[in-house]
Design a protein around this ligand. Structure first.
Ligand code: DC
Length: 239
């Protein structure tokens, strides 16, 4: 893959389990490099939210057709630095983080027709390069040709602590962290054991254990790797 085929820069794929710091890292790396950020989980969340709002029974999600998915009217609207998720033209950025969506999203993400339906939109976002995409199957399925793939991991309890802090939770007691860690591990299991595009590390991914890293250190590490792989910003300057 030569740089010329990607006028806006390289593609960086960040995968890993829930709470490993992918999304915040991806967003910050994109800012640093002047790239766009694709949070692929947000697309699965928006479909889940739309289906729940439409009153479609989760037991029927496996049978959703492409036409039905079209009718849910879910879009990722490209912005300056990322994508805004809309349902029926309404910005649902806050709604897709609700506990109700957290509880159901792994089930939706396991449906092969849903994953296929989304694939064109996800791939389209990388057409010009200059993209930092995070998810579970970015380096393995969505952009197997990405110039840089990183697989982020962290201890389950550290991931749970981060998730709780992100949600503004005041109670960070050991007991509460343990309950949240079990919940995250339950989701990881669903995401890893499903038949369609399960969570797994690409063979050519760089593994980064973020348990003892600050966000800034994670970002630095990936920006350095991006530089090594030709990740120059569109203006020609390395971030
Ligand atoms: O990263 P997240 O918590 O926003 O992801 C939400 C769900 O979507 C999670 O169950 C995993 C799934 N997902 C996926 O299957 N493939 C992706 N590329 C991104 C997310």
């Amino acid at each position: 893959m030569t740089e010329n085929t990607r006028p806006d820069g390289i593609i960086i794929a960040l995968d890993g389990p829930a709470g490993s710091g992918k999304s915040s890292t991806a967003k910050a790396v994109a800012e640093r490099l002047g790239y766009r950020h694709l949070d692929s989980g947000a697309f699965y969340r928006a479909i889940t939210y739309a289906a729940l709002q439409a009153g479609i029974d989760p037991d029927r999600w496996e049978t959703l057709s492409g036409d039905e998915l079209d009718r849910l009217d879910v879009h990722g609207v490209p912005g300056e630095r990322g994508y805004v998720m809309t349902v029926g033209g309404r910005d649902v950025s806050a709604e897709i983080r609700m506990p109700r969506v957290n509880e159901h999203v792994s089930r939706m993400a396991a449906v092969p027709t849903v994953r296929e339906w989304l694939m064109d939109a996800l791939r389209e976002s990388g057409a010009r390069g200059g993209l930092v995409a995070d998810g579970r199957d970015i380096g393995t399925v969505v952009f197997p040709e990405a110039e840089l793939k990183a697989y982020l991991i962290a201890d389950a309890e550290e991931r749970a602590r981060r998730r709780l802090m992100e949600q503004g939770e005041a109670d960070l007691s050991e007991q509460h962290v343990r309950v949240e860690a079990a919940r995250l591990q339950g989701r990881d299991e669903l995401d890893s054991n499903r038949a369609a595009a399960p969570l797994r590390q690409a063979e050519d991914a760089v593994v980064i254990d973020t348990t003892h890293l600050t966000l800034e250190q994670q970002v630095q590490r990936i920006v350095e790797l991006a530089r090594e792989r030709g990740g120059v910003d569109p203006g020609g300057e390395v971030a």
